[in-house]
Write a protein that binds this ligand. Structure first.
Ligand code: ADP
Ligand code: MG
Length: 364
């Protein structure tokens, strides 16, 4: 595009409200033209982070840099940043059309261009029929679409969105997501998109920053976040059904679950003989009617749920532990005794005390 886009950097940013620490020495770099998703459970500090980037909330410590300049000393003319608020924040006395037009008028965007942009966004977000309504005459989902549209028409260098699609019906949400992505491909805006929805994060983000309790746990591509989660929190937060985490012990080159060996550990002489957490995604568990070898672990089928696209098995291990497996098809029935196998390269190993990924298996 050859259009210059903005970088965002948070350096050692902390935020306190009264005495509670909401954000804790956060470091975050958003590249020019990147689509970054901030993902985390409710209350972890996502909105606060976004509001600090927008300059709507002061930092308690540290700095926010836009294109390398400290936000606090910058004169922000409002053109550089567009933000979609979690609570919509529409102008109550303006129609949908006027809401969409307002910022463009303020920034003296040519009338022709204004109309063109607004018409396109109204079309994209199915708002054309509501152009003359006031916000009070709209449903929650419709209001939210106006809020998203108001951000879209600005075509600012930085676009911040706070859970913008949470109240929109599923079908329209997918469409809005696609449109947002298309728009990003064309305009290459630098986007920070807040959500608590992991699927949305995986679908949209060039990179995802997973947050918990005011701390970024991991920033990486969706692929790495899913396959090599940095710690137990990230592992458990991403993926449905959840990753299986079992406590294992390394003894004489074999990984044990209680007194049953699960895996032969190849070339990991540096791993101490101690307890670990072994993570395995449900789709990576191999199930069979007969044992494949000494490492096959007996399990009983506790329940079978057919989701149409896949079948979810709950498996009860000898120690009473329940684990989940996903298969495309199976001949099993409830209470069947089956055997499961683990492949080292499909597993993630976590330190027992720090809960951090030890990067064994397929990681180089
Ligand atoms: P999220 O968007 O991830 O759900 P928020 O950033 O809205 O989280 O909030 C993070 C924490 O900060 C919450 O515990 C919230 O109650 C608190 N908080 C947010 N804004 C304020 C405020 N203005 N005054 C006091 N506490 C606040
Ligand atoms: Mg929020």
């Amino acid at each position: 595009m050859g259009k210059s886009n903005s970088t965002i950097e948070l350096k050692q940013v902390s935020k306190k409200f009264k005495n509670s620490d909401v954000i804790n020495r956060m470091n975050l770099k958003v590249h020019a033209g990147e689509f970054l998703v901030l993902l985390g459970p409710s209350g972890c500090g996502k909105s606060t982070t976004l509001r600090m980037i927008a300059g709507l909330e002061d930092v308690t410590e540290g700095s926010v840099l836009i294109d390398g300049h400290d936000l606090q000393t910058m004169k922000n003319d409002g053109k550089a940043i567009a933000m979609v608020f979690q609570d919509y924040a529409l102008y109550p006395n303006m129609t949908v059309y006027q809401n969409l037009e307002y910022a463009l008028k303020v920034h003296k965007v040519d009338k022709q261009v204004r109309k063109q942009r607004i018409d396109q966004v109204m079309d994209t977000l199915n708002l054309a029929d509501y152009a003359d309504r006031l916000p009070s005459q709209l449903s929650g989902g419709q209001k939210q679409r106006v809020a998203v549209g108001r951000g879209m028409v600005k075509k600012s260098k930085i676009f911040l969105l706070d859970e913008p699609l949470s109240n929109i019906d599923v079908q329209l949400r997918e469409k809005a997501r696609d449109e947002l992505q298309k728009l990003h491909e064309i305009d290459q805006q630098t986007i920070v998109y807040v959500t608590h929805d992991q699927l949305e994060a995986m679908a949209l983000g060039d990179r995802i920053a997973v947050m918990n309790e005011g701390i970024i746990q991991m920033i990486d591509t969706p692929d790495n976040i899913y396959n090599q989660p940095a710690n137990l929190f990230v592992a458990r937060f991403i993926g449905t059904p959840q990753i299986n985490i079992i406590e294992v012990v390394l003894q004489n080159g074999e990984m044990y679950l209680n007194d049953h060996p699960l895996l032969k550990v190849m070339g990991h002489g540096e791993l101490a003989q101690q307890k670990y957490y072994l993570g395995i995604r449900p789709e990576n568990i191999k199930c069979s009617m007969t044992p494949k070898g000494d490492y096959s672990l007996p399990a009983k089928i506790d329940s079978i749920v057919d989701y149409g696209r896949f079948i979810q098995l709950s498996l009860k291990l000898a120690n009473g532990c329940l684990i989940k497996s996903i298969v495309n098809s199976c001949d099993f029935t409830e209470d069947d005794q089956i055997y499961i196998d683990f492949v080292e390269s499909d597993t993630v190993l976590f330190d027992h005390s720090t809960e951090k990924n030890l990067y064994w298996g397929k990681h180089e």
